[in-house]
Design a protein around this ligand. Sequence first.
Ligand code: NAP
Length: 267
Amino acid sequence: MESLRNKTVLITGGSSGIGKATAIRLAQMGAQVALSARNRDALEQVRKEIHTAGGAALVAPADVTNAEQVRTAVEATVAHFGKLDILLASAGLSMRAYFEGSSLEALERVMRVNFFGTLYATHFALPHIKKTKGSLVAVSSLTGKRGIPSYAVYGASKFAIQGLYEALRLELLKDGVHVGVVSPAFVDTPLRANVLGPNGQPWAVPPPPPFRVWPVEKCVERIIRLIVKRKRQALMPWFTGPLLAIDELCGRVLGDRILLGRFPPES
Ligand SMILES: NC(=O)c1ccc[n+]([C@@H]2O[C@H](COP(=O)([O-])OP(=O)(O)OC[C@H]3O[C@@H](n4cnc5c(N)ncnc54)[C@H](OP(=O)(O)O)[C@@H]3O)[C@@H](O)[C@H]2O)c1
C-alpha cells in the first residue's frame, strides 16, 4: 500500500506479538518504524530483522508506566526520522482472574501498563501527530466492548482506552487527526503464556481460551486497514460487531449466560 510509504510509526509493545508483527509488516510496506518496549534485546532483534529485509527501524526503549521514558522514546523517534505520522499503542499485559480475591497491586499494575501506558504515549505523540495530520491508534480488546467475567480490570483498562480515544477522536476532528481503536478477540501471541493470575504472577498453566484464538496476521491486517482507511474502530473477528449488537438488543440475557458458562471462576 503506497499510502504508508515513508510514514513514521512509533509502536509501543514493538518487541513482541501484535506490535512486533505489525512493525515488520509496516516496514515491508515502506514505513519507518520506531520500536518501543522494555526488552532491549528483543527490540534489537526486531530491528535487525527489519534492516536485513531492507527496511528502516529504530529502537526506542521505554517502560510505558514511566512517563519520562515514554517522552524520551517519542523525542528519539522524531529526532531520528524528523517526524511522527502514526502512534500504535500496543503495549499491554493481560490478567485473567475474578475481581474478588485479586491482589490490589496486580489490579493497579494492569491499569498502569494498559491504560496509563497508552495515555502517556498518546500525550507525548499528539503534538507531532497534529503536525502531520496522522493517526493515533490504540490496541484495545473485545473486553473493552463488553464486560466479561475474569476480565474485570483488564476489561476496565480497555474500556478506559476506548473512552479516551472516542473523546479524542471528536476533539481532534478539527485538526485532521485520525483516531482509531482496534479491539481483537484472542490472538495467538506470547501474551497468552504470560496472563497474570489473581496474585499478580503469571499462571503456571493459564486457563485455556474458551473461544477461537486468531492468528496474529489477521490482527495485523485489521490494524493496517484501520490506519489506511482512517477508520474509527476495527473489531476482530468482524462478526463480533453484529453479535454485540444482537446481544444488546436481547438485553444481554443470552450473552450473560454464555459468558458465565465459558468463564467460570478459576481455582
Ligand atoms: N493476544 C491477545 O489475545 C490479545 C487480545 C486482545 C487484545 N490484546 C492486546 O494487544 C496488545 C499487544 O498484546 P500481544 O498479544 O501482542 O502481547 P505480547 O506478545 O505479550 O506483547 C506485549 C507487548 O507489550 C510490551 N509491554 C508490556 N509491559 C510493558 C511495559 N510496562 N512497558 C513497555 N512495554 C510493555 C511487551 O514488551 P516488553 O516486555 O519488552 O516490555 C510486548 O512488546 C496488548 O495491549 C493486549 O492487551 C491482545
